[in-house]
Design a protein around this ligand. Structure first.
Ligand code: 5GP
Length: 190
């Protein structure tokens, strides 16, 4: 694993991370590949198994934990597991590409501290928690209870932003996409 690069993008849910991630994958098609995480939540909207997540049962997930199949895993929300499969990362490296991990704050810090990889971590900062709440409600994919849980988690996550290699303020999506792409270009060519 030593010497290999990977990029981690983290943000409170609703901070525009998915849009920025899609932009990056389009902008660097030869260099980056999305790391598809394993997850035990239900698919939302038109999410596809194997493309957005490897959806699986909690029993299967726990089996993989025992087998040390994960680079990192977290119970991101109460009762819901999410994890980065070591095989997923390895097959991206085999293609000569850099994996792009969209994972939560704890997972990002874990990878930075515990793995001998050259990891570049990016934190996307929402303009405010009020704006984040508005965006989540506008998205319309979550219940009010789940939105409140996400906002609470976001406030907690924001307190870790100093631990990241770079912080991008997403008060203007186009600017945030451009700044993130510039930071990544510097990292992959370093
Ligand atoms: P969502 O349910 O909205 O797709 O994702 C919820 C959160 O889980 C997001 O913050 C996302 O970045 C995080 N997440 C997704 N995959 C992983 C993973 O493999 N590991 C960790 N630690 N977090 C993940």
């Amino acid at each position: 694993m030593a010497g290999h690069k990977l990029i981690i993008i983290t943000a409170p849910s609703g901070a525009g991370k998915t849009t920025i991630t899609r932009h990056l994958l389009r902008h660097f098609p030869k260099d980056l590949e999305f790391s598809v995480s394993a997850a035990t939540r239900q698919p939302r909207g038109n999410e596809q198994d194997g493309k957005d997540y490897h959806f699986m049962s909690p029993d299967r997930f726990r089996e993989l934990i025992v087998q040390h199949a994960f680079l990192e895993w977290e119970m991101v929300y109460e009762g819901k597991y999410y994890g980065t499969l070591a095989t997923e990362i390895a097959q991206i490296w085999e293609k000569g590409k850099t994996p792009l991990l969209d994972i939560d704050v704890k997972g990002a810090i874990h990878v930075k501290n515990h793995h001998p990889v050259k990891a570049f971590s990016i934190f996307i900062e929402p303009p405010s928690l009020e704006e984040l709440g508005r965006r989540l409600r506008r998205r319309g994919t979550d219940s009010e209870e789940s939105i409140l849980a996400r906002l609470e988690k976001s406030a907690y996550e924001l307190s870790f932003k100093e631990k990241f290699d770079t912080v991008i303020m997403n008060d203007d999506l186009e600017k945030a996409c451009r700044e993130t792409a510039e930071a990544i270009a510097r990292f992959i060519h370093s």
